[in-house]
Design a protein around this ligand. Structure first.
Ligand code: ADP
Ligand code: LRH
Length: 481
């Protein structure tokens, strides 16, 4: 029996999850978990790349210590963020986070170079101020020398895979999140690269999930204490999550619920109409060259931020620490507080850019209420009630838009990811959308990562067969409107 390892790193936490197939069912075992957050480097909010690499290695050692070394592994992370490396594989850029302000106020300049209507027609990628293409424009303005020194552009999982194996490859699903890949050819779009002033040589051939990268370098073998073959999963976490959705039929809406809420469906072809651009739905490249047609909703980032803020939590050298001795709030505490303030009516637009990286999420929500003439939350419960209602309202309107844009009817909503454990949000979602909610699996992203490896190794012969195994293997909770 072969053992596979998924290293799934989300914007709030990462985990090492082992998986294997036994009697036609997929089994999972969590081996290691770690927090993730930005820190300031060179005046920018950056990911703590050294700490993340340290955690990746620590998780490998934890596998060895359990006597459960994997035969195959792959890494997925959140999308859009990247590093530039030189010919010797040294990092020449910081690992700036998509929540950093470097792309603020860039839209007008970007619009002149790369009109959004033109870009959307070619790539199908939604407008987000932090899209890689805009981050690269910001980097070119601030650090043109980094672009000159660079030999390769690597998304974060590509970089970690390079550290593991010594092979630099660009994985397709994550590359599409850059808005530099044509939705029509499935390859880097040369016209976009030249309009953005980006050297073509930085961008290598695109490799699809299932590609075998090779074995650990000698150095990693020494550190981990074993050798292993790296196989590319859908390295964009949402690509892995969608692969694992145990939809019961064709009429299911998918919701990957974590730091972001990614709500949509899978299509065989991109939808790049003007109406789709106006609704800001995206067409991200998926497993098997399918397209994830979805909307980014601000998501549980709002809840995470409030929890950290209320509990005095901060991030120090790869760990989460408390800076004060006040009350520490858990997610269930926040849910209980929200439920007690059930009647509090205020609703904000969760997708307002003001919630992307506020100094205080609680204050940002309160001022949005005040500015729109609504009651301002005065207690933690009222604040949470407002956030929950606002998220559910965003889900409702995204499902409506999806119906209009695809001309299809939807009869259920499948939620995967850490957020599917939030029974309160599941109930509000069912009520707001009028659709039954099917919640689970929690580790959908890690599972999708494992499934791509398992498909490459012939454990399953098609994504449909692998998804059928997911339905057999995990308990899915149903919540009715
Ligand atoms: P990411 O991969 O983007 O870091 P996750 O998929 O791990 O995110 O989901 C994290 C979110 O899941 C948290 O922000 C929180 O809202 C929710 N969550 C995690 N544990 C619980 C829990 N026990 N009860 C309710 N919600 C939870
Ligand atoms: C979710 C996610 C999402 C992207 C965002 C940057 O983790 O990958 O799909 O839009 O992070």
């Amino acid at each position: 029996m072969r053992t596979y390892l998924a290293v799934d790193i989300g914007a709030s936490s990462g985990r090492h999850i082992l998986g294997w197939v036994e009697d036609g069912r997929i089994r999972l075992e969590e081996v290691y978990r770690f927090p993730n957050l930005q820190k300031v480097v060179g005046g920018h909010d950056c990911w703590d790349i050294e700490a993340l690499w340290g955690h990746i290695l620590a998780g490998l050692k934890a596998c060895r210590e359990r006597g459960r070394t994997p035969d195959f592994m792959g890494i997925d992370t959140w999308a859009v963020d990247f590093v530039l490396v030189d010919g010797a594989g040294r990092r020449v850029s910081d690992t700036v986070s998509y929540r950093d302000a470097r792309t603020d106020a860039l839209r007008a300049e970007a619009e002149k170079l790369l009109p959004f209507a033109w870009l959307y027609e070619r790539t199908g990628i939604q407008y987000q101020p932090f899209n890689t293409i805009y981050q690269l424009l910001a980097l070119r303005r601030e650090h043109p020398e980094q672009l000159e020194d660079a030999e390769r552009f690597l998304m974060l999982p590509d970089y970690f895979h390079y550290l593991l194996t010594g092979r630099m490859e660009n994985e397709y699903t994550n590359a599409t999140s850059t808005a530099l890949v044509s939705a029509h050819t499935g390859d880097w779009d040369g016209e976009i690269l030249s309009a953005a002033g980006l050297p073509r040589k930085l961008f290598g051939p695109l490799r699809t999930p299932g590609t075998v990268l090779g074995r650990f370098t000698e150095e990693v073998q020494r550190e981990a204490g074993f050798d292993c073959t790296v196989i590319l999963p859908a390295t964009h976490d949402t690509g892995s999550a969608f692969l694992a959705v145990p939809a019961r039929d064709e009429n299911a809406v998918y919701l990957s619920s974590g730091t972001w809420s990614l709500l949509g469906v899978e299509n065989g072809a991109p939808i790049t109409s003007a109406a789709s651009a106006a609704a800001n739905f995206t067409n991200e490249g998926g497993y098997d060259r399918r397209f994830r047609y979805l909307k980014n909703i601000m998501g549980l980032w709002m809840i995470q931020s409030i929890r950290r803020e209320l509990s005095g939590l901060c991030y120090v050298a790869g760990r989460e620490e408390r800076s004060d001795t006040g009350r520490e709030w858990t997610f269930p505490d926040l849910i209980a507080a929200a439920a007690e303030a059930e009647g509090f009516p205020s609703v904000v637009n969760a997708n307002d850019e003001r919630f992307l990286a506020p100094v205080s999420m609680a204050e940002a929500v309160k001022s949005a209420c005040a500015e729109s003439g609504q009651s301002v939350p005065g207690t933690v419960g009222e604040l949470m009630q407002c956030v929950y209602r606002s998220l559910a309202e965003c889900y409702r309107s995204a499902v409506e838009e999806l119906r209009t844009l695809t001309g299809r009817a939807y009869t259920s909503i499948n939620i995967v990811g850490g957020g599917c454990q939030d029974g309160y949000l599941n109930r509000l979602t069912a009520r707001a959308t009028g659709l039954p909610v099917l919640a689970g699996p929690v580790e959908g992203t890690a599972l999708g990562n494992l499934m791509a490896q398992m498909l490459a190794c012939g454990e399953f012969h098609s994504p449909a067969e692998a998804r059928a195994a997911v339905r057999r293997s995990f308990t899915i909770k149903e919540v009715h409107p």
